[in-house]
Ligand binder design. Sequence first.
Ligand code: FES
Length: 186
Amino acid sequence: MSETIGQDQEIDLEEQKVLDAIAAELPAVSRDVHQLIPVLQEIQRTHGYVPPGSIKMVADHFGITPAKVFGVATFYNQFRFNPPGRHPIKVCLGTACHVKGGEIILENFARRLGIEEGETTKDREYSLERVACVGCCALAPVVVVGEKIESYVTPSKVEGVITEIEIQNEMAERAKAQDEQQSDSE
Ligand code: FES
């Protein structure tokens, strides 16, 4: 099972870079506590998520407790605390998709990736989340992989979705290696 990134995980190098950037950005922001939500939104917009390690920094900036910041951030469903994967997988669990087995699809992705919904694989390749209706109920059950809509997804299609991403990654790596070889020989 893959290791996952969660609140109690060690801070890795990528996350440390994000925290350093936030530490550099915060001093320029007003300390008016009414700015708390806009600041969290800006962190998420810039970095793709609100790293748990930034909660205390934000709290110190506004002179409030980390619990208060965390409470506000979790009250509004818009904030995520895990970095998005390079291939975010969003399983639709709106009514039509739910009726057609969306939960089972979600469970299958979770099992295949070794993460729970709301988590990101340690290598940051994949993140998994449930979403509300994405607007194409006629194709239910639906999964959104990156920008691509996968329709009529069945549990047996889950492996195929991951394999397709792996093949694309491998092809991209080969193309990159070829480019490097070419530029070395020039
Ligand atoms: S319920 Fe899934 S697309 Fe509408």
